[in-house]
Design a protein around this ligand. Sequence first.
Ligand SMILES: [Zn+2]
Length: 82
Amino acid sequence: LITCQELFEFILGYLEGELPEPQVREFEAHLAVCPSCVRYLESYEETVRLGREACQDRAAELPADVPEDLVRAVQSARRRAG
Ligand SMILES: [Zn+2]
């Protein structure tokens, strides 16, 4: 099995879906036996998600040339999600 330290190094690739299959198996095998890494992964995912949402919000304020239908679709999708 990989160590916790190795898991931390793989975590970004894992979340981005860029980790090679053998490492994904090692990664998930470690998670199966290491609850503290499961918690770490969850908090890491949450951080990444919040960061992405912040970026999307900034992007949504900028363009004036986005079709209004698209803006409305995004806004209603956000209301459904939120
Ligand atoms: Zn661990």
